[in-house]
Each structure stands twice: as structure tokens, then as C-alpha cells.
Ligand binder design. Structure first.
Ligand code: MD3
Ligand code: FE
Length: 206
């Protein structure tokens, strides 16, 4: 476990293999009803390499026409996002220290060549609530910066079953995913491999 003065907490191996397997099945059963879609950058429409969907009352999305936002329905099916599994609500209750439940669970799927550039999560009105993330499947090289875009960064490997809690100042730090390590895990079902699933739990509205 790594903890910094800025409120960044890495809980390595939070979920054991059995709990990871159950969580993957809880999530994939819902993703079957809310399929991954390809998000795109505002204005340019350049596709992101990560594919996404959401669980819970609100979901984060981006497309050329509407830009970054939260909305209550899937962009392709038009249906409300599936509910969050109890296991994720329990996780939030156990590690977030926040009295209200999460409103959004973004599901990111990284194929072998997917990356996420350095960015700040800034589309939530709830600016003080922490973000909780779960890594499943292949290992990622995660990059954590600071409040300024030009500042120094450090890299941390996130393994399957690790949980990260972004509280305090770290909630507003730059971060990204440099790469994944294909076939570093055997957790995910065959049709999701090589690959990594990241779940990000957030409060959106105050
Ligand atoms: C550090 N996802 O969805 S999760 C994202 O692995 C996102 O898919 C990455 O960044 C992923 O926005 C990183 C860990 C994480 C989430 C939110 C943070 C780290 C963070 C917010 C502030 C600082
Ligand atoms: Fe982020």
C-alpha cells in the first residue's frame, strides 16, 4: 500500500483472485446490456483508443458533437445505464470515506495498444469527493503528475485487483495510462484478452 500526503492511496491486491472473478462477471453481465462504444474527442472527432461504457445513474462520455459530459443513458442503445453491482457500492463504502454513494462507474477497456493521455478529471460538479478506481486484467503503467500540467510525474504499475483512491489534492492531479502489458494477466475471459478493464467510481453532482 502506497499513501502520499496529497491523498493518493494505492491499495495493492485489494481484491483476491476469487473476488476479481466475481467482479468481472458482475461487470461483464451488465456490459452485455450496455456495450462498449468508441468515444471521440470534442470538435475534432478523433477517436479515443480506450473503449467505454458506464454503470449507475450517470455515465461519463464524449463525442464530436456533444463533448465531455455526464448523461443518464447509453449513447448507442438509448437505454439507462445498468445499475452498479453491490460489490462496487460496498467498495466505495469501505475505502472512499465519503457519506454518499457513487453516481457513476465508468468502465474503460484497454486493448493491447490503447493509452490514455495525461489529463485532469474536471467534468464533475462534486469537486471534493474522491475517485475510486479498480484495475482488472492486464497490468498498466499509470502516470501520476501534479496540479500543473508541466510538473514532474511518476509512474506506478497497476495490477489486477489493485484499488486506487484519489482523495484530497490528488483528486485534481494530472494522470494517464502510458501502456498496458498484454497477456500479463489471465483474469479476463478470452474475448476480452489481451486487455485491461478499469472501473472508476465517482460522485458527479454535489
Ligand atoms: C488520479 N482512468 O477514467 S484510473 C479516467 O486506468 C482515468 O483507466 C485511468 O483516468 C484508467 O479518467 C486511471 C485511476 C485514476 C482515476 C482518477 C484520477 C487516477 C486519478 C483522478 C485524479 C488523479
Ligand atoms: Fe482520469
Amino acid at each position: 500500500m502506497i499513501e502520499t500526503a496529497d491523498g493518493f492511496r494505492l491499495l495493492t491486491g485489494y481484491f483476491d483472485r476469487d473476488a476479481q472473478t466475481r467482479l468481472v462477471s458482475d461487470v461483464l453481465e451488465r456490459v452485455a446490456r450496455a456495450p462498449l462504444y468508441q468515444p471521440a474527442m470534442p470538435r475534432t472527432g478523433k477517436p479515443l483508443s480506450v473503449r467505454m461504457t458506464n454503470l449507475g445513474p450517470l455515465g461519463w462520455m464524449t463525442d464530436k458533437a456533444g463533448g465531455y459530459r455526464y448523461q443518464d443513458h447509453h449513447p448507442v442503445t438509448g437505454n439507462p445505464w445498468p445499475d452498479m453491482p453491490d460489490s462496487l457500492l460496498d467498495l466505495w463504502g469501505a475505502v472512499s470515506g465519503w457519506p454518499d454513494p457513487p453516481q457513476a462507474c465508468l468502465v474503460n477497456w484497454y486493448g493491447p495498444d490503447a493509452r490514455m493521455g495525461l489529463h485532469v478529471d474536471a467534468d464533475e460538479d462534486a469537486r471534493e469527493a474522491p475517485v475510486v478506481s479498480v484495475s482488472l486484467g492486464d497490468t498498466a503503467r499509470f502516470r501520476l503528475g501534479g496540479p500543473e500540467r508541466k510538473g514532474s510525474t511518476q509512474s506506478v504499475r497497476l495490477h489486477s485487483g489493485d484499488v486506487v483512491v484519489l482523495g484530497g489534492a490528488s483528486r485534481h492531479f494530472h494522470h494517464g495510462v502510458d501502456r498496458i502489458y498484454p497477456e500479463s494477466s489471465t483474469l479476463l475471459p478470452e474475448d476480452w484478452r489481451p486487455g485491461r478493464i478499469n472501473l472508476t467510481l465517482r460522485r458527479v453532482r454535489d
